[in-house]
Design a protein around this ligand. Structure first.
Ligand code: ZN
Ligand code: ZN
Length: 431
């Protein structure tokens, strides 16, 4: 019979056979964050819809087409976490964490929900690894978080990734750049898509974000933000490059990186890996000095990145894997019951063993002793503690070494201590 229910389209179960890969990558990320002084923040999986409309930008594809938005039972509009930064900035503002210019270095590992066409490494629920440094104007911190990601890739053994770096300027210098863009697009804007035409006057930077193939062709040779930076932005950009050089982090200057929303400023970067082909971005980030104000807070600088864990795992696998599966520690003790009366005492002995940190297993399905011994072997138990009619009468436990076959009787009162000592000795030999 085919199962009636499946995980929703675009989502996946992470089964025990592969969850160790996730744990390994997550542990490496947590460790690198710890070294760089980033502390974990956990925000709700739900936010007010308005947070994303303001914090991501009205008129973006994400807000208009991809959010999981619904009214709750009181009619409030809520949205499943649609991106990582806005909730973190919301939380920092709500709890006044960045008051008096205090720098907040935060990281998160959290699911993100987007209604997109499912494809390899892209899910409607995906997991994002992210950091946000809030309250640091840069440029050192900009370079540092790129270095952090590079160290993380080194820690998980992924080679061949390249950081692409640009600056998109600030509200000071952006008008000149926008003017240059309008001038460039003026002769062709009539041939471009409705989206681009609508943004020609208000925000021509967004034209650089358009994915329509014809428009991608038409913007060949468009002016670069890097040629229109004001002195402060130029200095900031030079500072980021100098710090990256000092940290020996390789990067390519890439003026095609764009962030079309007003609150993005200066540093923008992506890390790409060739194994994913054209859609090769494994991390994207940048500075968002205008976001806190956009969300109703005081002016607060910020920079961060996000990296999709599923895509990282896909790239890792293509590039040689997450290493070998950790060897599962063998079971210390299987407690077998030879009679119906011994089942309860066996259950209790297993419980006592577990409380002394010994791993213990017991039969739950009233199997025969023979079947229990088979199960003990299947689980790789080092010792079997046998309880039957004779043992109960003698207030003893028969302990069998599964490797040597050697068997001896231990008083029940000493059994836990004895089994714990034997298990500890076994673990030592194994290591
Ligand atoms: Zn500027
Ligand atoms: Zn377009």
């Amino acid at each position: 019979m085919a199962p009636k229910y499946k995980a929703p389209r675009g989502t996946q179960d992470v089964l025990p056979e592969v969850s160790w890969r996730w744990q390994r990558v997550e542990a490496a990320f947590r460790d690198i964050c710890r070294r760089y002084g980033y502390r974990e923040i956990r925000t709700p999986i739900l936010e007010d819809t308005e947070l994303f409309v303001r914090g991501v930008g009205d008129g973006t594809e994400l807000v208009s087409k991809q959010m999981y938005t619904f009214p709750d039972r009181s009619g409030r509009s809520l949205t499943l976490r649609a991106e990582g930064t806005a909730p973190v900035v919301r939380s920092v503002l709500e709890h006044n964490l960045a008051a008096q210019g205090q720098l907040q270095k935060l990281y998160y590992i959290a699911p993100i929900f987007r209604y997109e066409r499912p494809q390899a490494g892209r899910y409607r629920q995906h997991t994002q690894l992210g950091v946000e440094a809030i309250g640091a104007p840069g440029p050192d911190i900009d370079a540092e978080i790129i270095a952090l990601f590079q160290d993380f890739l080194d820690a998980i053994g992924l080679e061949g990734a390249v950081a692409h770096l640009s600056s998109i300027g600030c509200p000071e210098c952006r008008p000149t750049f926008q003017q240059a863009l309008r001038k460039f697009f003026e002769p062709v804007i009539a041939e471009m898509c409705d989206f681009c035409q609508a943004r020609y006057e208000t925000n021509p930077l967004r034209i650089l974000d358009c994915k329509a193939p014809r428009d991608v062709e038409l913007r060949e040779g468009a002016p670069s933000a890097l040629d229109h930076l004001c002195d402060d932005c130029r200095q900031h950009f030079d500072g980021v490059k100098a710090a990256l050089d000092a940290l020996s982090v390789a990067y390519e200057v890439d003026p095609t990186i764009v962030r079309g929303l007003d609150y993005y400023t200066r540093t923008a970067f992506e890390v790409v890996h060739p194994s994913l082909g054209a859609k090769d971005v494994i991390m994207g980030g940048g500075r968002y000095d205008g976001l806190a104000e956009m969300l109703g807070g005081p002016p607060t600088t910020g920079i961060g990145f996000g990296s999709g864990l599923e895509r990282l795992l896909l790239v890792l696998e293509q590039a040689g894997g997450t290493g070998s599966q950790p060897v599962r520690k063998p079971l210390d003790v299987y407690v077998a019951a030879a009679s119906l009366e011994a089942r309860q005492p066996a259950f209790l002995l297993a419980g006592e063993l577990r409380r002394t940190s010994v791993s213990a297993e017991v039969d739950y399905t009233k199997r025969s002793l023979k079947a229990q011994m088979k199960e003990a072997a299947r689980l790789g138990a080092r010792l079997v503690a046998l309880l039957g009619e004779d043992e109960l009468k003698a207030e003893a436990v028969t302990v069998r070494d599964m490797e040597s076959g050697e068997q001896l009787s231990i008083p029940r009162t000493e059994a836990v201590q004895y089994l714990a000592a034997r298990s500890a000795a076994n673990a030592e030999v194994q290591e």
